[in-house]
Design a protein around this ligand. Sequence first.
Ligand code: ADP
Ligand code: MG
Length: 163
Amino acid sequence: PPFPLRMEGKVISGFGRGSKELGIPTANLPVDAAVTPWIGDITSGVYFGYAALSLPAAHPQHAPSPASSSFSVFPMVMSIGYNPFYKNTVRSAEVHVLHEFSQDFYDAHMRLLIAGFIREEKDYKSLEALIQDINFDCVVARKSLDRQGWAHAALEGGDGWLT
Ligand code: ADP
Ligand code: MG
């Protein structure tokens, strides 16, 4: 399917492998083909785009826009796939938001606007090699997003959502 692709849902717990301790926490979304029909057809790999997060009112990063939206938009880099390094048997969708948060946001509603593809999923010999690639993916994501003007589209929902 063509970009941009959309996906949304509540942030759930992942595999608890301590991505956070590695400096790259990933907010996991449920993978459900009934909600996200394109998920079964897409190449496993790393994608970039925007995450619109509806954070609780008490959250320090919560800065509602005047347009009555309670979502905040951040650039993101995400993985869709099996994570061969960890030999998963179910596909996961996990998002590293390119922003420093002072609190977790499990249960927050997250809308993704996936703007493009960075690379296919790879297996790694070491955790260090995996982390190095993810850090490079973050750089690629930022550069790519700087060239595109889709941040506003991440806020849209409802009828405009591609399926
Ligand atoms: P899990 O295995 O439960 O997904 P992680 O170590 O991947 O645990 O941490 C993910 C959680 O960290 C997210 O669900 C979110 O609440 C929180 N978090 C904090 N900062 C970020 C960030 N910049 N990007 C993604 N998640 C973040
Ligand atoms: Mg995670």
